[in-house]
Design a protein around this ligand. Structure first.
Ligand code: N01
Length: 641
């Protein structure tokens, strides 16, 4: 049975099962009962979820209604246990749709239902396996080189291995995990719900927190890597410096710098970049930074040899990483000075630091379908409806402080959250309240830890610009702040995609020249003039409204698989998008981005924007549309040779 559907038999007694059920989502529990019995009456009775609300998993049911559903589920589970937990039969698509609508409290539209049916894969068909199986003859012709062994590169490896396609992964570090290998800073955790931020085809019942911390995520990727036997395909401590298309051989010639600095060239028919958007730290150009005498390090390159106990620490940057570091180190340090250029919106989320309840871990491990339906709820909650919050309505009276009516309502909710924590300190409240619409920059998940940290007596929030760094101080217009250590939580070079690699296409044209600071790709994946070159997490694919980047990389790999199938089936040596299709896609994408707040001139600083102030890295489409447009290679949009 597919890993994502596997459950363990139940040996617990009735009281233990009842205890477990007391703390779990009754919506997912009821769906599991349908799986165990195949009985639709669970979702056809008088008790129906009332409302599907963010961060709520019980359909806003009354206590007595939840109790009744739990009693019925307990009877079902007890009988199933007593029968020895026999395998459950897959449900019909019609019944799965009925359960979906019951949980969502509304009819889930056909396109979304199709996406979720594929994502949940309740029948264990592995629908995102590459649509190609390499024969011995193909294997001689085909070879794929993947750059990077983070989440996307590992995914590529798993899919290529399944399809029998020879491949090699080149990884600059010495281990798998990418972001989750590099970002070991105190407090690092994912800010997308873990049970969604995980591969669709892998069990995810082991996580101990709803928003897992870095060590646990690293272990997750390491386990998947080991279980799929990817190690023999990876060259560690090796960095791709340059890849050039050889037209005569129809292959990429790839220059790799190995562990001792030795260079060698490898040849591959297909080149996949899986280097990620947020992998190269942005070191700010602050006057005097080089002359600082104490330790200075970026969050993604945390220096664990530095003992922060009793130190005066400058934390520069209050984005997603700084926001996690501050509360994690505040108890250790003697003084914490936070330099915040722009305040961030925070979404109250009681699960942000919470452990997964023992009952929920038990249910994910033992109840058929439970973990899948919990994931469905996460996907539906963080769905495309949120995109409308950043739709710019210039006729809206409060524009651009808020983007539209829904944005203003959301601002109210988030402002109340700030008020609740720092309402009695008007100066701090003013400093931490953004003047731009929610979600125009990356939203943070919050349980109050950041604002509590800022209120501590030995913490100071500085909001005017840094004018210089001295040997042991940071200076702003407000004054000089003496510090021992500087932590740069200043983010990543997000718009400088692929940097510092050089990708050289047909006629020796470098991709950096084609892009000229404006990165673009057909469906975020490929570029004319660069045959058989595919990007995962490429330009125009960053997810800023909601959802998990893993869904998008799975979409991209599915698409790359179809491109490889096109090569194999047609006995072709190269495939690339047409210039016309590429141009059309960019026009459509940029026109759509222009309707959203991310690139609005009122948003002064954001990693979403490139040097020219425009947004090239984000995906403006609904996730369901991106999923649809990456389903199959459109033959008319491509040249093959
Ligand atoms: O980076 P950021 P991040 N002078 O760009 C400030 C994901 N994520 O690493 O807002 C002074 O959000 C900058 O100020 P401003 C998530 O998708 C990863 O925090 O631009 N300040 C901002 O406050 C997230 O969105 C993890 O005005 C300067 C901060 O530095 C993305 O990674 C965890 C400055 C940078 O914030 C990036 O998050 C959580 C300057 N010259 C989320 N330059 C990981 O574990 C920049 N700033 C990886």
């Amino acid at each position: 049975m597919s890993r994502h559907l596997r459950t363990e038999p139940i040996h617990d007694d009735d009281a233990a099962i009842a205890r477990a059920l007391a703390s779990i989502s009754v919506s997912a529990l009821t769906a599991a009962a349908v799986h165990i019995t195949g009985d639709p009456s669970f979702v056809r009775g008088p008790i129906r979820p009332r409302e599907f609300v963010l961060n709520e998993f019980n359909g806003m049911l009354a206590e007595d209604e939840k109790a009744e559903l739990r009693v019925r589920a307990l009877d079902t589970i007890r009988a199933w246990r007593d029968a020895g937990c026999p395998p459950v039969a897959p449900l019909s698509t019609a019944l799965v749709r009925e359960v979906m609508d019951w949980i969502a409290c509304e009819p889930v539209p056909d396109d979304y239902a199709a996406l979720y049916l594929e994502e949940m894969d309740l029948a264990g068909r592995n629908p995102r396996a590459l649509p190609v199986r390499a024969t011995a003859c193909d294997r001689e012709e085909l070879s794929v080189l993947v750059i990077g062994c983070g989440e996307a590169g590992l995914l590529a490896g798993i899919r290529l291995k399944e399809a029998g396609i020879p491949f090699e992964i080149i990884e600059k570090s010495g281990d798998v995990g990418g972001t989750w290998l590099d970002n070991t800073y105190p407090g690092a955790r994912v800010d997308v719900a873990t049970h969604y931020y995980s591969y669709s085809f892998e069990a995810n019942d082991g996580f101990s927190e709803y928003y897992a911390r870095q060590p646990e995520l690293y272990r997750y990727f390491r386990r998947v890597f080991d279980e799929h036997g990817i190690a023999e395909h990876v060259r560690w401590h090796s960095e791709v410096e340059r890849a050039a298309w050889d037209e005569t051989a129809s292959r990429w010639q790839v220059t790799i710098r190995g562990p001792q600095g030795l260079r060698e060239t490898r040849s591959a028919r297909v080149l996949i970049s899986a280097v990620g958007l947020l992998s190269r730290p942005l070191i700010p150009d602050l006057p005097g930074l080089d002359g600082f005498e104490g330790p200075v390090f970026h969050t993604a390159e945390w220096d664990h040899s530095v003992d922060l106990r009793g130190k005066r620490v400058a934390l520069i940057g209050a984005g997603a990483s700084g926001f996690q570091v501050g509360p994690a180190i505040v108890d250790e340090v003697e003084r914490l000075v936070v330099f915040q250029r722009t305040p961030q919106w925070m979404a109250p989320n009681p699960r942000y630091h919470a452990p997964v309840t023992p009952g929920e871990r038990w249910a994910m491990r033992h109840l058929p379908g439970f973990a899948r339906w919990y994931r469905f709820m996460l996907m539906w909650q963080s769905s495309d409806k949120l995109l409308e919050l950043v739709r710019a309505d210039e006729t809206w009276p409060d524009f651009p402080r808020t983007a539209n009516a829904a944005s203003a309502a959301r601002r109210e909710v988030f402002s109340r959250w700030i008020e609740q924590h720092v309402g009695d300190d008007p100066v701090l409240k003013g400093q931490v309240t953004p003047d731009y619409p929610p979600m125009a920059k990356r939203m943070l998940q919050d349980n109050g830890s950041w604002l509590r940290c800022l209120r501590r007596p030995h913490v100071e929030l500085v909001t005017d610009g840094i004018t210089g760094i001295g040997p042991s101080s940071v200076t702003t217009a407000e004054g000089r702040f003496d510090v021992d250590v500087i932590v740069l939580a200043t983010g990543f070079r997000a718009s400088e995609l692929l940097w510092p690699m050089e990708i050289v296409g047909r006629d020796s044209v470098p991709l950096s020249k084609v892009w000229d600071g404006k990165p673009a790709a057909y469906r975020g994946i490929s570029v004319p003039g660069f045959p058989n070159f595919f990007m995962m997490a490429g330009p125009g694919t960053g997810i800023a409204h909601a959802g998990s980047v893993i869904l998008t990389t799975e979409c991209q790999m599915r698409y790359i698989g179809d491109a490889i199938r096109t090569l194999v089936d047609g006995d072709h040596r190269a495939i690339e998008p047409t210039q016309e299709a590429y141009d059309r896609y960019q026009q459509e994408l940029q026109a759509e981005i222009a309707t959203l707040m991310w690139g609005h001139p009122s948003i002064e600083h954001s990693w979403y924007k490139a040097a020219d102030g425009k947004v090239y890295v984000l995906c403006p489409w609904r996730l369901v549309d991106y999923w649809t447009m990456t389903g199959r290679v459109v033959p008319d949009d491509h040249h093959v040779s």
